[in-house]
Design a protein around this ligand. Structure first.
Ligand code: ZN
Length: 364
C-alpha cells in the first residue's frame, strides 16, 4: 500500500462529527461578534470620542488587532465557505474583506483556486509570486537585488494592505491576470460594482469620517502606520506556512490534485507551535487558527475553531502511518525559517562551469 492510498484515511481520521461542526460554528460566531464589538468600540474611542492621548493609543492598538482578526477570523473562513452552512451568509460575511479595502470576489479566485488548489506550485500559486521584487522559489529567475531580499522584503510585506486597496485589484482587472495566471472569473457587472463600492466604503470609514473629527496629518499618519502593521502581520502569517525552508516547492505540471492532493498539501505546508509564547491563546485567536495550516489546507471549508482538535487526530493518524507533519517548533523558528529561505533564494544560482576535456588538462 503506497502513501497515496493511506492519505484518504488520514483525513477521515481527523474529521469532526456534525455536532462538533455545529458547536465550532457557534464558537466562531461568538468570536466574530467579539471582533466586531472590539472594532466599533476602538474606532469610536480613537476617531470620534474626545479621549486623552493614552486612551486613544490603547484604542489604536485595539483597532489594529480587530482589523487583523476580521481578516484572519471572519473573512478568511467566510470566503472559504466555512463561516456558515448557508452559501449566501458566507458570501455576505465575505464582503468584510471589501470593507477592509480588498476585493472578496478576486480573493476567492486568488486564494481558494490559485493558492489552495496549487500550493507552492511555482508559476501558479500567486502567494509565492512577487514578480521581479523577490525570488521565493528555486525555479524563479534570480536578479542581483535579490541578494538583499532577506532585508528589504519585510518592509514590502507591510505595503500589502495599501497596495491591495489602491492598486492590486485594479491591475488584476485591467491586465486580466493574477501573477502569471489568467484571471478566470465570471466578470459580471455586479461584481465590478461591488468591488468599487467596497473601495468607497473602506475610504469612508478609514479616511473621510476620521477627517471630520481629526487633523489631516493625524489621519494620514495613522492610516499609513496602521495599514503597514496590518499588511505586515497578514503577509507574515501566510508566508510562515509555505515560504520557508521547511516546505517543498514544485514545478508547474507536478501532480498535486486528486489522489496526490493531500500528500502535496502536507509537504508544502508547515504548522507553527506557539509553545513558548506567554499569551498563546491570544496569538491563536489573532491568527484565526492558522498555526494549524495543514488542517486548514486539507479541509478549508471547516471553521477554524475546530483545528486544534483536528490537528491532534491528524497527528495520531500520521504517527501510525509514519508520516511527518512539518511544524515550526516556535514562532521564532518560523520567522527564522522564512528569513533563511529568503537569504538562500537571494543567492545567485551556481553557474555551471564547463571543464575542458581531460586530455588537454595539464599536458605540456
Ligand atoms: Zn485559506
Amino acid at each position: 500500500m503506497t502513501i497515496t492510498d493511506v492519505i484518504p484515511n488520514l483525513t477521515r481520521a481527523m474529521m469532526p462529527s456534525e455536532n462538533e461542526i455545529r458547536r465550532a460554528r457557534r464558537r466562531l460566531h461568538a468570536k466574530a461578534l467579539t471582533i466586531v464589538a472590539l472594532f466599533f468600540a476602538s474606532y469610536w474611542g480613537l476617531v470620534i470620542a474626545d479621549n486623552r492621548t493614552l486612551v486613544r493609543f490603547g484604542c489604536a492598538i485595539t483597532l489594529i488587532v480587530a482589523v487583523v482578526a476580521v481578516a484572519t477570523g471572519i473573512m478568511h473562513d467566510a470566503n472559504h465557505g466555512a463561516f456558515s452552512s448557508s452559501r449566501r451568509v458566507n458570501k455576505i460575511v465575505g464582503y468584510t474583506l471589501d470593507v477592509l479595502g480588498g476585493s472578496s470576489w478576486l480573493w476567492r479566485f486568488k486564494h481558494n483556486t490559485l493558492h489552495h488548489g496549487n500550493t507552492n506550485v511555482v508559476g501558479v500559486d500567486s502567494d509565492i509570486d512577487q514578480g521581479p521584487v523577490a525570488r521565493l522559489a528555486p525555479q524563479q529567475q534570480w536578479r542581483p537585488w535579490h541578494r538583499y531580499q532577506h532585508v528589504y522584503l519585510w518592509f514590502i510585506y507591510g505595503l500589502l494592505a495599501i497596495r491591495w486597496f489602491l492598486m492590486a485589484d485594479f491591475v488584476n482587472l485591467l491586465t486580466n491576470r493574477i501573477g502569471a495566471q489568467p484571471l478566470a472569473v465570471n466578470r459580471r457587472r455586479r461584481d465590478v460594482v461591488f468591488l468599487i463600492c467596497g473601495k468607497l466604503v473602506h475610504l469612508t470609514w478609514a479616511v473621510i469620517v476620521p477627517l471630520m473629527f481629526n487633523p489631516w496629518w493625524g489621519v494620514l499618519a495613522f492610516y499609513l502606520v496602521s495599514s503597514w502593521i496590518v499588511g505586515f502581520l497578514l503577509a507574515t502569517i501566510f508566508q510562515m506556512a509555505h515560504c520557508v525552508d521547511a516546505a517543498e516547492f514544485v514545478d508547474e505540471g507536478t501532480a498535486c490534485k486528486g489522489k496526490q492532493f493531500q500528500m502535496h498539501q502536507i509537504n508544502t505546508t508547515v504548522d507553527i507551535n506557539f509553545r513558548f509564547i506567554p499569551l498563546r491563546w491570544l496569538m491563536r485567536w489573532l491568527v484565526g487558527g492558522l498555526d494549524h495550516q495543514v488542517v486548514h489546507h486539507l479541509v478549508p471549508k471547516l471553521p477554524h475553531t475546530l483545528y486544534p482538535k483536528m490537528r491532534k487526530r491528524l497527528e495520531a493518524a500520521c504517527l501510525t502511518h509514519g508520516i511527518t507533519l512539518r511544524t515550526h517548533v516556535s514562532m521564532l523558528d518560523a520567522l527564522r525559517s522564512h528569513g533563511r529561505w529568503l537569504k538562500l533564494m537571494g543567492q545567485q544560482p551556481s553557474v555551471i562551469v564547463t571543464v575542458p576535456p581531460i586530455d588537454v588538462i595539464g599536458r605540456p
